[in-house]
Design a protein around this ligand. Structure first.
Ligand code: PEP
Ligand code: MG
Length: 330
């Protein structure tokens, strides 16, 4: 079966009725790029840049924290961009803080998932954020780079982020350092408030990427890493499906690319449901990519879309689960 899948590497991801689908890879480090290419990815949809910052020893520096400097980050981003040979690389800015502290000696919040993490942390540490933005922009001179911002919920966070990107560009310009002035900026939609107030994002952003891992966590108030409530973590909850479907529809209507980059995108049991919601861009672990492509090649959008509309109107969990299963046997 694996051999049959590998043959699909160069086959374009197109539904039976001829609709092209973009399949992107989630990576943690530039070294993951060969695996992404091996799976036939159209680009990187999520480069989790925090992996460049985590697990770094502070030994020899007393208590000083060793975070990668601008040059070191630039080298890593450039490495990924070059490795992807012209395909787009979507670099997510630092998604740390709280449960993933840069400095483990710092105090731990009682509700870390609701605390100073991701973009909140970056805006509270503008020097660190500016350094990362400069490094990403410098890498954009070597290929197509997109900047993805995690955990946005407020308009002022978007505006502050965009103005920091402008500040980084201005600095580089003044220093005569090259970057792509047309670099696109997108938002992770992973807080329910963001999905519910989507026009606020659509107005300010070039593209959207739905982080279903956190969106499910925050919508259902289920800690995604707490095994005691793992049985309540349900991607098919009608509230979750409603938020995902409306984000896709509203974003696309405004002409923005909308991707899903959470685990749902790599789950073949959900491929047709997402296609039926109108999703045309999936980003996942490279190991899932060919199986998802196979599912796409066998999918007929017209049937799936009308079935999915019915699923989205349902409020009965058992009915939804059964109907999603039936999508697979179409
Ligand atoms: C998500 O929240 O769905 C996501 C893709 O980001 P992460 O899993 O890194 O939080
Ligand atoms: Mg997330």
């Amino acid at each position: 079966a694996r051999k049959r899948l590998l043959k699909l590497k160069k086959t374009p991801a197109v539904t039976k009725d001829g609709t092209p689908i973009t399949l992107l890879a989630n990576i943690e480090l530039p070294d993951d790029c060969p695996a992404a290419l091996e799976a036939g990815a159209n680009g990187v949809g999520l480069f989790r840049s925090e992996f460049l910052f985590m697990g770094r020893s502070a030994s020899g520096l007393g208590n000083a924290l060793r975070v990668p400097g601008e040059d070191e980050q630039f080298e890593q981003y450039r490495k990924a961009v070059v490795a992807m040979k012209g395909r787009p690389v979507t670099i997510r800015t630092l998604d740390v803080g709280a449960d993933k502290p840069l400095d483990p000696t710092e105090h731990t919040a009682l509700n870390p998932a609701l605390g100073l993490r991701a973009i909140r942390y970056c805006l509270a540490e503008p020097q660190l954020f500016l350094t990362q933005l400069r490094a990403i922009l410098r890498a954009s001179a070597f290929g197509k780079v997109r900047i993805l911002i995690p955990m946005l919920a407020h308009a002022f966070e978007i505006d502050q982020t965009l103005s920091m990107i402008e500040q980084a560009k201005l600095q580089l310009r003044e220093e005569g350092i090259k970057y792509d002035p047309g670099v696109e900026v997108g938002a992770m939609i992973e807080i329910p408030a963001a999905a519910l107030a989507l026009p606020m994002f659509v107005k300010r952003m070039h593209f959207l990427s739905i982080g279903t891992n956190d969106l499910i966590q925050y919508t259902l108030a289920i800690d995604r890493v707490d095994y005691e409530v793992a049985h309540l973590y349900n991607p098919l909850h009608p509230a979750v499906l409603g938020l995902i479907a409306s984000t896709i529809a509203t974003g696309q209507k405004a002409g923005l690319d909308v991707a899903v980059c959470g685990e749902m995108a790599g789950d073949t049991k959900l491929t047709r449901l997402l296609l039926g919601m109108g999703l045309r861009e999936f980003s996942m672990h490279p190991a899932q990519l060919l199986s998802v492509k196979q599912e796409i090649l066998n999918s007929d959008l017209a049937t799936i879309t009308s079935r999915t509309r019915r699923i989205l109107r349902s409020i009965e969990p058992n009915e939804i689960a059964t109907a999603v299963e039936q999508l697979q046997s179409l």
